[in-house]
Design a protein around this ligand. Structure first.
Ligand SMILES: Cc1cc2nc3c(=O)[nH]c(=O)nc-3n(C[C@H](O)[C@H](O)[C@H](O)COP(=O)(O)OP(=O)(O)OC[C@H]3O[C@@H](n4cnc5c(N)ncnc54)[C@H](O)[C@@H]3O)c2cc1C
Length: 544
């Protein structure tokens, strides 16, 4: 065919750049005691921004895993097949310690360094972050059984990715999952019907089903099951038994999901599957909550990663695309949209890194930090994750029609975003958990307000918001119906305080005027005139 036209004004792909070269991340790293990890972060950032890693992500997204219940001869194998691209993503994450480093190399900033890396690497593909997150998260829960922990922790914390159906103790590295949700209830896990029967050798046999179990190719799982006379207990269940035979864990189907395509999520049946209890009988929820709290933090980091990826694409596109005689980035209304999206992303990343730092301090024995983390995590899990889908939709729109097309990588950000709010405590559950935290640990509210008061007088909008919050919490009537409002206001005040204390002044001002002062609309791109959009967009635009 003869040439019909020249292709002009299409944007070069955002590729071969350093995804870690993001001031919010680098400043947060230093602030939260993890400046030592900057070189490692840049190495991973360059990889995340490389064409190679983007191809792995694209392939893993386009070719979801396939369940193989049987081998060619009819034997059950219950295995999941993934493309090599998925294994490359997993291998890279494991080699960089995203599945373990705060536990294998503890110390100041350990959780922060890992959080920053998780935020950067998730931008290549979000789905494989699920098993990586669960492996990192299982370790503190597993420590409730010192014997099992001594056996498995060394293998969960190697930097070797060793995929395949083999006995865990013979492998060079392990991946972990969690199996709680049943058909009749996911939020209310005390309604679990899976039964555990203790055997004479101290092990248990588990019989029942799980309606959702992600990453079913994992080597070990924490599973909740009812133990006679005790209630819900927590168990460690290997997929392959020490003699190499398959445990009686049968994969029924993989879920056909809205997004999160590279990750497999299965329906599972346990038929007298062998497991060992972790923690006290009947204290299963208390035991597994150690794991859930870590994965909740990763939901916040994952949302911040999605927002960062969206803003990077949107600002990059606007820099190169011209409309009506100007670059898009120079059109005043687009500047408002980009700056508004960037402010949201910066607030999310800032609170994510702060929570990781608070986790470091809590793990080191700081009780005040532990209380702060408890409340900060629940309000932020609710609110930051809740903000994800709208943010993804608006970032997508900045690319116009191209943003709606799969190759732009924007649709997957959009599909992934609601999941962070659904799992690990869906919106209402997370908001109600904030109330529970305040009720059970009243000191957590006091330390929370101390944190806000530490910047009192710096911004009138924040001062007014904190006063209103105190008034709101002094009225205990109908608190449950107000749980979302309360969690939202707390999360916003926390983000505002953190940005004022250590964020870029232009971002802090824009955040406080809009989100706390109410000088804002109900869609992005409604920041008040006078906001320093130049500074905000400059910080957010990836350097290619
Ligand atoms: C892709 C994907 C992967 C998953 N992977 C796993 C996994 O690996 N392991 C695992 O165990 N689970 C997994 N889950 C399950 C997930 O954690 C649950 O779906 C979630 O916890 C909600 O439980 P549910 O689906 O039973 O909904 P329900 O508990 O029935 O909740 C439905 C709605 O009711 C709300 N609600 C619940 N309680 C209250 C209340 N008291 N007041 C007001 N509102 C309330 C919830 O917020 C939610 O909006 C996965 C889910 C998805 C979508």
């Amino acid at each position: 065919m003869s040439t019909t036209h020249d292709v002009t004004n299409q944007v070069p792909p955002l590729v071969d750049y350093d995804a870690a070269d993001y001031p919010v991340l680098l400043e947060g790293l230093v602030r939260e005691d993890a400046g030592w990890a900057a070189d490692e972060l840049h190495t991973l950032g360059r990889l995340a921004g490389s064409k190679q890693a983007q191809q792995w992500g694209d392939l893993a997204e386009a070719h979801p895993p396939v369940l193989k219940t049987h081998d060619r001869y009819g034997h059950r194998i219950d295995e999941v097949e993934y493309l090599p691209a998925y294994h490359q993503l997993m291998r890279t994450a494991v080699e960089h310690g995203l599945h373990c480093s705060p536990w294998s190399e503890p110390g100041p900033g350990a959780h922060v360094a890992r959080a920053a890396k998780f935020l950067v690497w998730s931008q290549a593909d979000a789905g494989h972050g699920c098993p990586i997150s669960m492996t990192n998260a299982i370790i503190p829960a597993l420590r409730a059984n010192p014997e099992l922990s001594a056996t498995y922790e060394p293998l969960l914390t190697t930097r070797t990715y060793d995929f395949g159906l083999r006995a865990p103790l013979g492998k060079r590295g392990l991946i972990a999952g969690m199996s709680m949700t049943e058909k009749q209830g996911g939020s209310d896990v005390r309604a679990n019907t899976t039964r555990a029967v203790v055997q004479s050798d101290g092990s248990s046999r588990l019989t029942g089903h799980k309606w959702f179990t992600s990453a079913p190719m994992s080597d070990v799982f924490l599973v909740l099951a009812q133990e006679a006379d005790a209630g819900v207990s927590c168990f460690l269940l290997p997929r392959v038994l020490p003699d190499g035979s398959l445990n009686r864990m049968f994969l029924q189907r993989l879920k056909d999901k809205l997004g999160n395509h590279s990750n497999a999520s299965a329906e599972v049946e346990y038929d007298e599957a062998t497991a060992r209890r972790v923690g006290e009988p009947g204290r299963g929820v208390r035991t597994i909550i150690e794991m859930v709290n870590m994965t909740r933090l990763d939901c916040i980091i994952g949302t911040a990663a999605g927002m960062r990826a969206g803003v990077a694409q949107a600002t990059h596109h606007a820099t190169y695309r011209a409309v009506f005689g100007k670059q898009l980035v120079d059109q005043p209304l687009m500047r408002n949209v980009l700056a508004d999206l960037a402010v949201e992303a910066e607030a999310a990343a800032t609170v994510a890194l702060w929570l990781a730092g608070t986790t470091d301090r809590a793990v080191a024995g700081d009780e005040k930090a532990a209380a702060l983390r408890r409340i900060g995590l629940s309000v932020s899990k609710y609110f930051v994750c809740k903000r994800g889908p709208g943010h993804a939709a608006e970032a997508l729109e900045c690319l116009g029609g191209n943003g709606y097309i799969e190759e732009s990588r924007m649709p997957r950000l959009y599909r992934e975003a609601p999941l962070q709010s659904v799992w690990e405590g869906s919106g209402n559950v997370a908001a109600l958990d904030s109330l529970r935290a305040m009720g059970r640990e009243p000191q957590s509210l006091a330390v929370f307000f101390d944190e806000l008061d530490s910047v009192a007088g710096a911004d009138r909008h924040l001062d007014t918001a904190v006063a209103a919050l105190k008034a709101e919490l002094s009225d205990l009537d109908n608190l449950e119906i107000r749980a979302r409002r309360v969690a939202e206001h707390m999360a916003l005040a926390l983000q505002g305080a953190l940005l004022i204390r250590s964020g870029h002044p232009a971002v802090a001002d824009a955040f406080c005027a809009s989100r706390l002062g109410g000088d804002w609309g109900s869609a992005y791109g409604t920041l008040p005139a006078g906001v320093d959009t130049a500074a905000i967009i400059e910080r957010a635009t990836p350097k290619v």
